[in-house]
Design a protein around this ligand. Structure first.
Ligand SMILES: *[C@@H]1O[C@H](CO)[C@@H](O)[C@H](O)[C@H]1NC(C)=O
Length: 235
């Protein structure tokens, strides 16, 4: 298969690249020739048709825990992350968002014993991080859990992710990204249960979310949108 052969060739070349100081990949190659996927900015990073139009498909998949889940989409993990930096106008692999540390509180209790003596006890409690909506990871929520997705001219790209943090990581790696919309496109995206991660350049509120699905799928079902959350990137 062409993709495998080309990537294997580049992989071998890339391994020796630093030692040989060769300009790699082959000069004049496009990102499509090097990876088998057109992840160029001019192709909306692999998703030229936005999610509210018929015929759309995700441009990429990013899931740090399971990097090679979809053979049909470019999965942003492994060797492709070593090839993409040679193509500055292409999508790049994101830096993972570190998991939130547990929230620790320290309280001091004064315990009075039966005698006249007073003992001070220090209690350390560990609780899970505060729930949303709170400003998180440099993003501020504009809507949450609605049944429609944002549809706007400043659409940049869309793909599939496992978590909202993965979508933040993607937005951080796309030049000019200022808004994240994650949602479940039920019956859409070939039946995948993963979150859709749709990126825009400008901030959007719920008034711009008017894609409720309603598109016929190849299996005859109609898709619909649930769990749609919007976040503006803090400036
Ligand atoms: C989202 O909304 C649906 C429908 O109202 C509700 O069943 C579900 O529990 C909500 N989810 C969250 C995380 O609040």
């Amino acid at each position: 298969m062409r993709f495998t052969t080309v990537v294997a060739a580049v992989a071998v070349a890339a391994t020796g690249a630093e030692a040989l100081s060769l300009p790699l990949p082959i000069p004049g190659w496009t990102v499509s020739q090097a990876t088998g996927f057109n992840l160029d900015i001019s192709n909306k990073y692999g998703s030229p048709i936005p999610p509210w139009k018929p015929g759309h498909k995700p441009g990429w998949y990013y899931g740090p825990g399971n990097p090679f889940k979809y053979p049909q989409y470019p999965c942003l993990g492994g060797i492709i992350c070593k090839i993409l930096p040679y193509f500055p106008h292409s999508l790049q692999c994101p830096k993972p968002i570190p998991p939130k540390p547990p929230h620790t509180t320290t309280t001091t209790k004064t315990v009075k014993t039966t005698s006249t003596k007073t003992t001070t006890v220090t209690v350390t409690t560990t609780t899970t991080a505060a729930p949303t909506p709170t400003p998180t990871n440099g993003y501020t929520p504009t809507f949450s859990n609605i049944t429609a997705a944002v549809q706007a001219d400043d659409f940049l790209t869309f793909g599939l992710v496992e978590t909202i943090d993965d979508c933040f990581a993607m937005c951080n790696s796309v030049a000019g990204c200022g808004f994240v919309n994650t949602y479940h496109d039920v019956n859409g995206k070939g039946g995948s249960p993963d979150l859709t991660c749709s990126l825009f350049s400008k901030c959007h509120g719920p008034e711009d979310a008017d894609n409720r699905g309603g598109q016929s799928q190849p299996d005859g079902s109609i898709d619909f949108i649930i769990d749609s959350d919007g976040f503006c990137k803090d400036t």
